[in-house]
Design a protein around this ligand. Structure first.
Ligand SMILES: C[S@@+](CC[C@H](N)C(=O)[O-])C[C@H]1O[C@@H](n2cnc3c(N)ncnc32)[C@H](O)[C@@H]1O
Length: 199
């Protein structure tokens, strides 16, 4: 719990997660023995460094080299890769947190990467910024909710339920994050559907 509050939360720093979601990410680790965590889009590392001591291994990637170097300088407890999910080695990740770009096509690509690179037989994917709606002045779309409702029947919601984004001008009209389970039963079907959609 102590690490969670060392780093600023979403209510004051727009490019990270709330304390509540960090608690929930720690909660998910308890479902696995020697749990391993992967974060796509670590930015300054506030969320992933909050989880040190709660996961056996922590892995992250980011397409911004400056941010990757910054996190590497701060800790040896996190294995950091410069690039997207496809730049990483295949590995077993029990909890995967997707928090890179939030348009529909980027989430589709990141998820396809996870389904192909993760060797765990059963794991969780957590999608951040599920409930964000772009401010009308911005020419952009948050596609997380549309993506999740398109591909997953069962979704568990995590983090703050609403009004968790005061530091940024995009309103939060729904839950902060969506969590889904990937198993040997649904993995191949999801992979096929997502590949078809990305063509
Ligand atoms: C909202 S910030 C992430 C915040 C961080 N997860 C946290 O909770 O503190 C998004 C980050 O994703 C990175 N990014 C964007 N697209 C990416 C991708 N496809 N793969 C990895 N990182 C990506 C950006 O460089 C940026 O640093």
């Amino acid at each position: 719990m102590e690490n969670i509050k060392i780093y600023p939360d979403k209510k004051t720093h727009k490019h990270t997660t709330t304390y509540k979601l960090r608690e929930d990410l720690i909660g998910l680790s308890k479902d696995f023995d020697e749990a391993s965590y992967l974060e796509i889009g670590i930015a300054a590392g506030f969320t992933i460094m909050s989880l040190i001591g709660h996961y056996k291994t922590l892995h992250g990637c980011d397409t911004n080299k400056g941010l990757v170097d910054q996190v590497r300088e701060q800790t040896n407890d996190v294995s950091v890769c410069h690039g997207d999910i496809f730049a990483m080695d295949k590995g077993k990740y029990d909890v995967v947190f997707i928090d890179g770009r939030h348009d529909y096509d980027s989430i589709l690509s990141d998820t396809l990467g996870v389904l192909q690179m993760n060797t765990a037989s059963s794991y969780k994917i957590v999608y951040h910024d599920y409930g964000l709606v772009a401010h009308p002045s911005r020419n952009m779309e948050f596609g997380v909710k549309r993506f999740c409702t398109n591909f997953y029947q069962e979704i568990e919601f995590l983090g703050e339920p609403k009004d968790w984004n005061p530091a940024a001008k995009d309103p939060a009209t729904d839950w902060e994050a969506a969590c889904v389970s990937i198993t040997s039963i649904n993995k191949e079907t999801l992979l096929e559907k997502m590949k078809n959609e990305s063509r």
